[in-house]
Design a protein around this ligand. Structure first.
Ligand SMILES: Cc1ncc(COP(=O)(O)OP(=O)(O)O)c(N)n1
Ligand SMILES: Cc1nc(C(=O)O)sc1CCOP(=O)(O)O
Ligand SMILES: [Mg+2]
Length: 234
């Protein structure tokens, strides 16, 4: 992707005035797991979610359902939201600021065509967690940071069956982002326990994972355990 002109002068990039202190990632908290729902769920999903969240540390759960409208998602959400709340796992709604507001979710994840982070802040309030997809683009990440995003997401790092993707960033974008801002970055796309480590080492604050958890032949709880082992070794 051709990046638009952007002046990458260090002073302009320093959203965090202490960015120089963070150059070696010394202050970075450990990387955490951010679970994404399967694109379609069935009646047994709530039990699977509870089992997965009880199997190891999970920072956030994103409800990402595709092919159904917001009313149908709103009907499915409350038991899942309660399971997250009981375990202090942030409940993030994908795509829709309106749905996030209606559900009183902890936050919303916005793709480049899903709405504006400033609008989300206005509608959801200062405590909402607002995430923005930035593909492989430093420019989009800078824009998201300036718009008040709580995290930026880069991906897809690896091939994925969950979504058709057009961008493949180099893991170094995670380290670059971490040196110029204090805003957390999420790595997404085809991440498994076997390929996660280079992204953690590169500076990811969160690993967002769907298929490697819900499609693990040993079950989602076992998969969360495998990620926990990788992240604990960090
Ligand atoms: C954490 C996280 N990162 C990226 C995405 C992708 O968002 P988007 O580009 O809007 O694509 P869809 O998920 O809507 O298909 C995400 N959902 N979560
Ligand atoms: C939802 C999504 N967004 C991506 C992006 O690159 O922005 S990749 C992706 C799919 C994530 O699922 P899995 O862990 O199964 O690959
Ligand atoms: Mg989206």
């Amino acid at each position: 992707m051709n990046e638009p002109e952007h002046d990458f002068d260090a002073e302009d990039l320093a959203l965090d005035p202490h960015f120089a202190d963070r150059f070696e990632h010394e202050d970075k908290p450990a990387c955490q797991l951010y679970l994404i729902s399967p694109p379609k769920i069935d009646a047994g999903f709530a039990a699977k979610l509870a089992e997965a969240l009880d199997a190891g540390p999970v920072a956030a759960f994103q409800l990402r359902l595709k092919g159904i409208d917001d009313h149908a998602i709103a009907a499915l959400a409350p038991p899942l939201q309660a399971i997250c709340a009981e375990r202090e796992v942030a409940f993030i709604v994908n795509d829709s600021i309106g749905l996030a507001k209606r559900l009183k979710a902890d936050g919303v994840h916005l793709g480049q065509d899903d709405g504006d982070a400033r609008d989300a802040r206005e509608q959801l309030g200062r405590d909402a967690q607002i995430g923005v997809t930035c593909h492989d683009s430093r420019h989009l990440a800078m824009e998201a940071g300036e718009a008040g995003a709580d995290y930026v997401a880069f991906g897809a790092f690896y091939p994925t069956d969950t979504k058709e993707v057009q961008h493949q960033p180099d893991p170094s974008i995670l380290g670059w982002w971490s040196t110029v801002t204090g805003i957390p970055c999420v790595a997404i796309g085809g991440i498994t326990p076997a390929n996660a480590k280079p992204l953690v080492d590169a500076g990811a604050d969160f690993l967002a994972v769907c298929g490697a958890v819900w499609n693990d032949p040993d079950g989602p709880a076992a998969a969360v355990g495998k990620f926990a082992a990788v992240l604990a070794a960090d």
